[in-house]
Design a binder for this molecule. Structure first.
Ligand SMILES: Cc1cc2nc3c(=O)[nH]c(=O)nc-3n(C[C@H](O)[C@H](O)[C@H](O)COP(=O)(O)OP(=O)(O)OC[C@H]3O[C@@H](n4cnc5c(N)ncnc54)[C@H](O)[C@@H]3O)c2cc1C
Length: 496
């Protein structure tokens, strides 16, 4: 039997490889970068390893389970601290709001910030978010294929009224208007759309479920999020997975209609019993891994957003930073119109700042620290040059936004690494810099994503661009789903 080949060591690929090894398969992971993790990566800046991708870690129990299935314990590989404050939020009018993780503490905080009635509406919002999550977790997220009939069947006839609660036909922005009369809170929770690279004006209200996911816990990883990728790769290697880095796959090969192996960019051929593609579906759809594989994934959908990021070691002053901090732009509608309608950088962007080493309730400022500063950007990195002038202009708008909430940030070029949509496009082929796969706009979007099985026998899909969607936990879940589907198919084939 030839090994199973996994293309890409992103979270989805790593989890698929580990799960397949646990199920007894011989697995080889081929990764074009020099290290595992994909978007989950850190970069060296002025002697510090700074996270350059995800920073918000949720759904820890899912990872506990992934490690447990491989006979290991997550807590033995990683040091995790639960955050009591999800994020510090700031607006131009000088107001600041720390959102606690704990439900009742959060209700109290909203009450102090926006009044008792708003706190009651927030309580209802959280209950509704929990209900959406409960309806969708098993019947939809954990299903290998995202189909509407499948969802209806799994939810069951008796619980069909509960499906209405997921509000797929209402936009997130509109739904939030029912809960929040304070426009700052509406803006705060609308930001959940950006967790999947979407606009709150077009993403379905279903995304409210993120509020519930966060209420289950958000953790800070000692040493940064990239440690998670290292831990998964080390565990997979210990369970027998072979990793080849600096190893780019140039094509997926078929024989008799079935995937039989891959061809590396340098011409080497590797036979495979099946292939898990952890690449962006755009790379399959545009034919770069084989013209005959274009139809192996769903038709091309519009792209999710990209980002422009600054990893800096810098001195800040005037604003005590938490681990996660959000500085809201004044015109949120205009920000998303720029990114999604005009393909432009926002003039007054909302800025996310992760202070990597900030501990709980650590309000120290005015010292040098490692930061990730991020603004939303259009996924046009394959068409638009992000030259020095464009980046300098964006940096100016970013720093102006921070300044309007009292924060100054001095950036020295030698202590700063910028990643633009063009850099994301080069690093993760096929997506033009989109970092969350096809955009989740409208109610249909979730149902037309690729599932665990590609449309060609022997091809399986894992990662943030396929079902159940983007984000570290979802990509991890997609890896488990791909491994389970592959395992089932190979065993069924072996029995015949
Ligand atoms: C700046 C940023 C911030 C984010 N913030 C968060 C957050 O806070 N929380 C969260 O949960 N998520 C966040 N995300 C999203 C999250 O990082 C992704 O959804 C998730 O990591 C995607 O994993 P994946 O399995 O799709 O693999 P990817 O990370 O996309 O990795 C795919 C891998 O495949 C490799 N590859 C591609 N083509 C080939 C080829 N031909 N041959 C060999 N290898 C190939 C690539 O090099 C890469 O390593 C963020 C992403 C970014 C970029």
């Amino acid at each position: 039997m030839n090994p199973v080949v996994v293309i890409g060591a992103g979270v989805g690929g790593l989890v698929a490889a580990l799960e397949l090894a646990v199920r007894g398969h011989e697995v080889t992971v081929l990764e074009r970068a020099a290290t595992p993790g994909g978007k989950l990566r850190s970069i060296p800046v002025a002697g510090q390893a700074l996270d350059a991708g995800p920073t918000v870690f949720t759904q820890k129990p899912w990872f506990d389970d992934i490690f447990a299935r491989a006979g290991a314990r997550l807590d033995e590989h990683l040091r995790l601290t639960p955050l009591t404050v999800l994020a510090r939020h700031a607006w131009s009018d000088g107001s600041r709001f720390d959102l606690p993780t704990d439900g009742e503490a959060a209700v109290d905080a909203v009450g102090r910030f926006a009044g008792r009635e708003e706190a009651q509406r927030y309580r209802r919002f959280r209950a509704d978010a929990a209900a959406i999550y409960e309806v969708l977790e098993q019947p939809f997220m954990c299903a290998s294929r995202p189909s509407l009939p499948g969802l209806l069947a799994r939810v069951g006839f008796r619980r069909l009224p509960a499906l209405a609660a997921i509000r797929p036909f209402t936009s997130l922005w509109r739904a939030l208007g029912d809960y929040f009369h304070d426009q700052r809170l509406r803006q705060l929770f609308a930001r959940y759309a950006t967790y999947v690279g979407a606009s709150p004006w077009h993403a379905p209200a279903t995304l409210m479920l993120i509020a519930h996911v966060e209420s289950l816990g958000v953790w800070q990883l000692e040493g940064g999020m990239a440690r998670l990728a290292e831990a998964l790769a080390n565990l997979a290697a210990a369970r027998g997975v072979t990793f080849r880095y600096d190893c780019e796959v140039g094509g997926i090969e078929r024989e008799g209609g079935r995937v039989r192996g891959v061809r590396l960019a340098d011409g080497e051929r590797i036979a495979a019993s099946a292939v898990v593609a952890n690449v962006d579906v755009g790379a399959l759809r545009n034919g770069s891994l084989g013209a005959d594989l274009r139809s192996a994934v769903p038709a091309h959908a519009a792209r999710s957003s990209s980002a422009l990021t600054w990893n800096v070691v810098a001195r800040t002053a005037g604003f005590p930073l938490h681990h996660h901090n959000v500085f809201f732009g004044d015109d949120y509608a205009e920000e998303f119109a720029a990114v999604f309608e005009r393909g432009a950088l926002p003039r007054d962007p909302t800025v996310y700042v992760c202070a990597q080493d900030a501990r709980l309730d650590d309000d120290v400022d005015a010292r040098e620290r490692g930061l990730l500063c991020l603004i939303n950007a259009p996924a046009n990195g394959d068409r638009v040059a992000y030259d020095a002038a464009r980046v300098a202009q964006a940096e100016k708008t970013m720093r102006e936004r921070l300044a309007r909430t009292g924060m100054t940030l001095s950036i020295e070029p030698a202590k700063c690494v910028v990643t633009s949509p063009a850099d994301f496009a080069a690093r993760f082929p096929g997506a033009g810099g989109a970092i969350y796969g096809p955009v989740g706009h409208g109610w249909r979007a979730s149902f037309v994503r690729g599932g665990a099985r590609g449309r060609v026998p022997g091809l399986y899909l894992a990662g943030g661009s396929v079902h159940p969607g983007p984000g570290v936990p979802m990509a991890a879940l997609s890896g488990r789903l791909a491994a389970a589907a592959l395992d089932e198919d190979l065993r069924r084939g072996a029995r015949r």
